[in-house]
Write a protein of this length. Structure first.
Length: 225
């Protein structure tokens, strides 16, 4: 059991609370298979996204050509704003229809609910858009978990491998870095948060990485006085 005294917790999603495979093998293929048809069927709703693509590419593009670029970005797993926004819109339809449900490890909702009940504010920081984060946690197999979280951060606040991003998050939360805990499965993200003065915990679901936990049940938290 690893113990921390904290003002708040910020957690990653993929590999931490939820399976990486769910995003890679379910969410991405779901959006990719529907991307072109979705753009064609929702011209007004995606107009701003397509304009962002044109701006990034620096050229006039038809809607169809912009959609092809977005599809190419998806196949290349580009973490780029307009693609993330469009994926979120497509996933919203899937979650609402019940075609997809957000994966979450069984220990995650138990731990998150216990921490929340102990008066510890919870936040999310993921490379997926805030909208996508809310969709996943709002439609898990364990029910709607969004009421557990006080806020969400994505890469608009900065890259997850940059210490400055964690300084910005601490400022947004209004807490001292040394009283914040970041949970992630990525050693580089853990290093960046530590550089910013945060407490950190590496989560390795396979239990192989040194200094890691394989379950959120192994983390004991106490609210700072």
């Amino acid at each position: 059991m690893t113990a921390f005294v904290v003002d708040a917790v910020v957690t990653d999603i993929e590999g931490t609370t939820s399976s990486i495979a769910f995003v890679k093998d379910v969410l991405f293929p779901y959006a990719e298979a529907r991307l072109t048809a979705f753009v064609a069927a929702h011209a007004a709703e995606v107009a701003g996204i397509l304009d962002e693509v044109r701006g990034i590419e620096g050229q006039a593009l038809s809607d169809e050509a912009a959609a092809e670029i977005l599809l190419g970005w998806s196949k290349a797993d580009r973490k780029i704003g307009p693609l993330k926004a469009l994926q979120g819109m497509i996933w919203a339809e899937g979650y609402t229809s019940g075609e997809i449900a957000g994966h979450i490890y069984p220990d995650s909702p138990v731990a998150l609910r216990a921490w929340k009940a102990a008066g510890i504010p919870l936040y999310v920081y993921s490379s997926g858009s805030v909208a996508a984060q809310k969709l996943l946690f709002g439609h898990t197999q364990a029910g709607d978990l969004t009421p557990l979280f006080s806020g969400y951060f994505d890469t608009r606040i900065g890259g997850k491998l940059e210490a400055e991003s964690y300084r910005r998050i601490a400022a947004e939360i209004g807490a001292k870095a040394e009283r914040l805990l970041f949970l992630s499965d990525h050693a580089g993200e853990i290093a960046a948060a530590a550089e910013a003065g945060w407490q950190t915990q590496l989560v390795d679901r396979d239990g192989k990485a040194a200094g890691s936990v394989s379950s959120l049940a192994e983390i004991k938290l106490e609210r700072a006085a």
